[in-house]
Design a protein around this ligand. Structure first.
Ligand code: ADP
Ligand code: MG
Length: 397
């Protein structure tokens, strides 16, 4: 991790070729094609998705590739360079199939397509080989990347004609049911609708999204990701508790979800709710507003104008939603002391990564300072790397 590339000029691995080569673990039949989909980083809008709120993620250049060779029978077989193992599933009887381990992310997509009523009775099986440079479990959504790469490949191969919204829903359903992770639809939407140099503002109430310009390169900026490697045991319980507090707050305020409230409702909320519930509600309501303000600032003045909004988002998660940890706070504070335009923790909280919008000329300095500050505090060494707003799914071969 110490040697993680600090710039995007690092020699690029040809991972599309790695995926194509990995197909030889499955078949000697010819390659049909290679598709890929990216991971994502959430710029702002945290714990808003399940409250029907707004999020502003972007697709990153790290991607997962899926090389395909069509079969003549009804088997779907998958090999991943990540686990170096092969799993298989029959398309007949898929509705009753059971899933476990990493292949649930792949087979779950096929299962979800069938569950959504897509007619798979006439399609042929496929051999799929997966290779990726999205780090797994680092908060960059390697899970959405693998789901969306597979879904994009199958959509084209099987001529399903599904749009990005339908594909996102199938991928989310795969993750919720086949994998069993209760996640929102942000990650899959960012992966499927991302564009180079843009973030994706998604309204989780109606799944309408719009692209928002995020011209970092042109402004001499980049986004530094600081992975704390902290994974708190109570992350799952904490997530559930926060969701419950949001539901409690919405019910007490007489709205279906917290999307039904604005900042003008906060004084009434403060009177009605207990202190903890009020602060949970306040985070979500103000975070929705910050997403709107961030998109407006990006459009009007560009990425140097969003620093205060990122900082306010971090403070809200730290003080009101109470999902930060000392490592995340230290990463944010240290980046700010070394030239960051703005910084915040990103993701579900209780650990994971923080991001900082950095002037390129201060990148090395800030990265070193974060590592030194973690060492001084006796924290686990963080890893740091940069990400660039990149394009969504594509066919590479
Ligand atoms: P994140 O999405 O933040 O990377 P998750 O826990 O949601 O973390 O997803 C990581 C899991 O997704 C891995 O443990 C593995 O099961 C699956 N996965 C991701 N990428 C791959 C891959 N290239 N090959 C096989 N499985 C993968
Ligand atoms: Mg994930």
């Amino acid at each position: 991790d110490e040697e993680a590339p600090m710039s995007n000029e690092a020699p690029a691995r040809d991972i599309a070729a790695e995926a194509a080569t990995a197909l030889t673990h499955l078949t000697s039949a010819p390659l049909t094609g290679v598709w890929s989909a990216p991971g994502r980083v959430n710029l702002i809008g945290e714990h808003t998705d399940y409250n029907d709120g707004l999020v502003l993620p972007f697709a990153i250049e790290n991607r997962t590739w899926c090389a395909v060779s069509v079969r003549e029978d009804r088997l779907v077989r998958v090999y991943s360079t990540f686990s170096q193992e092969t799993r298989e599933l029959s398309l007949d009887g898929i509705a009753d199939a059971e899933f476990d381990g990493w292949s649930a992310y792949v087979f779950g997509v096929v299962w979800a397509l069938d569950e959504q009523g897509v007619d798979l009775s006439g399609v042929t099986g496929v051999d799929l080989a997966i290779a990726s440079d999205v780090p797994s479990g680092a908060g960059l959504s390697s899970s959405a990347a693998i789901e969306c790469a597979v879904a994009t490949a199958l959509n084209e191969l099987w001529d399903l004609g599904l749009d990005s919204g339908q594909l996102a829903k199938a991928c989310q359903r795969a993750e919720n049911v086949a994998v069993g992770a209760p996640t929102g639809i942000m990650d899959q939407t960012a992966s499927l609708r991302g564009e180079q140099g843009h973030a994706v503002m998604l309204d989780c109430e109606n799944l309408v999204s719009e692209l928002v310009p995020l011209p970092l390169e042109e402004e001499g900026l980049t986004i530094l990701v600081m992975n704390t490697h902290v994974e708190h045991a109570h992350a799952t319980g904490g997530y559930g508790e926060r969701r419950a507090a949001c539901e409690r707050g919405a019910e007490a305020m007489g709205v279906a979800t917290l999307r039904g409230l604005t900042v003008s409702d906060l004084p009434r909320a403060q009177e009605l709710l207990d202190d903890v519930t009020f602060r949970r509600v306040k985070h979500v309501v103000t975070e929705n507003e910050r997403v709107v303000e961030t998109a407006a600032a990006l459009r009007a003045d560009g990425p140097r104008a969003i620093g205060d909004l990122l900082l306010a988002s971090h403070a809200s998660m730290r003080d009101d939603f109470e999902i930060s940890v000392p490592e995340l706070d230290l990463a944010v504070d240290t980046a700010m002391a070394h030239g960051a335009v703005g910084a915040r923790m990103t993701g579900g909280g209780f650990g994971g990564s923080a991001i900082a919008v950095m002037p390129k000329e201060r990148l090395e300095e800030a990265s070193k300072a974060v590592k030194a500050a973690f060492a001084d505090a006796g924290f686990t060494a963080p890893s740091t790397f940069t990400v660039t707003p990149s394009q969504g799914p594509r066919r590479d071969v």
